[in-house]
Design a protein around this ligand. Structure first.
Ligand code: SD4
Length: 324
């Protein structure tokens, strides 16, 4: 309550990100001691996904493997209507997926407007590892998946089809806070070596225009990792995240001394303090982790939560929020 009050009253001016005049390339390995690793955090209440990632981390697997495996849980869960199979479709009734992944040495892969394949996160990883590119879209991405042995699947479940047909009766497009932009999974993990990786996977906004791509597959917006600093992921109305390159902003703020919590708060303030911001009508949330394994999360509205798994404990934290 106190912090909320403070934030509401405090200046909403942005901070400037300066490059020290003595800037020089530091090619040495970072010396940070990782006290709180391994650890995994994710957007929304996704205990099965974080448990899966945790099991991988606990067995000494890499943060990258943990991220992929954790995200795959939500992609395969037909009850999660924001990710993978069972995702709510676009206005034409097509389920189209966006995803991206980043490893600890700055590699990234991304897939947009992917149809007929459940595990977009794995395709993003393969794009990162097996192609000279960062991003593949649409038919090209789908063909690439088939070349890897993936089979064509119908992602539109009966439940999502029924919801879409109901929506079509009015065809009114106005995503509802925490409802039609809920449950995209963004996940960040630190493994036993202290290496950070992250991923993000979604079916995007329900009933979006055909061809619409959100923030989730855009490196820097939906996800960003700097292994010497930390990582961040976003969820909510992607259009607003993209406008402030939100996840990069959170990581850059941490690089400039902000805690993960303060960095998430500042990134949300950048959105709500925009001239003519209609933030009362949409949700955006960030989660972040720094190299020490400290975590933070913040959302514009109540209703968002972060799931965290470390020390053999899986917990869901109601996020602190800006606006009631
Ligand atoms: C998007 N950011 O496509 C995603 C939606 C989301 O929980 O996060 N849903 O804009």
């Amino acid at each position: 309550m106190e912090r909320r009050g403070f934030i509401k009253k405090s200046s909403l001016l942005g901070i400037s990100i300066g490059i020290p005049s003595s800037f020089s390339l530091n090619l040495k390995e970072p010396k940070t001691v990782i006290k709180n690793s391994p650890v995994v955090i994710a957007t929304w209440d996704v205990k099965n996904a974080t448990k899966k990632a945790w099991d991988f981390l606990k067995n000494g697997e890499s943060s990258l493997d943990a991220i992929e495996q954790g995200c795959m849980i939500e992609e395969a869960d037909e009850n999660n209507q924001s990710v993978g199979k069972g995702g709510l479709p676009d206005s034409d009734g097509n389920v189209t997926l966006d995803a991206c992944i980043m490893d600890s040495i700055g590699n990234c892969g991304s897939v947009v407007f992917l149809k007929n394949i459940t595990h977009a996160i794995s395709i993003a990883r393969k794009i990162m590892e097996d192609t000279p590119h960062v991003m593949l879209a649409g038919e090209g991405a789908e063909s690439f998946a088939y070349s890897l042995g993936y089979e064509k699947e119908n992602l539109l479940t009966e439940k999502s089809k029924t919801n879409w047909l109901e929506w079509k009766k009015t065809s009114k497009y106005k995503p509802i806070i925490n409802i039609e932009n809920h449950d995209t999974i963004g996940m960040l993990a630190i493994d036993k070596n202290g290496d950070i990786a992250g991923g993000c996977t979604t079916s995007g906004l329900a009933y979006k225009m055909s061809g619409r791509v959100g923030d989730s597959p855009i490196i820097g917006s939906g996800l960003f990792i700097d292994n010497e600093v930390g990582g961040a992921v976003a969820t909510g109305l992607g259009e607003e995240v993209v406008k402030t390159v939100g996840s990069f902003l959170v990581v850059e703020l941490m690089k400039n001394g902000y805690s993960p919590q303060k960095a998430c708060e500042e990134a949300i303030k950048r959105i709500v303090s925009k001239k003519n911001s209609n933030y009362k009508d949409f949700q955006v949330a960030y989660i972040a982790i720094n190299k020490k394994g400290e975590t933070g999360s913040y959302s514009i509205h109540k209703g968002f939560s972060m799931t965290k798994y470390n020390n053999d404990t899986n917990q869901n934290y109601e996020s602190d929020y800006f606006n009631n």
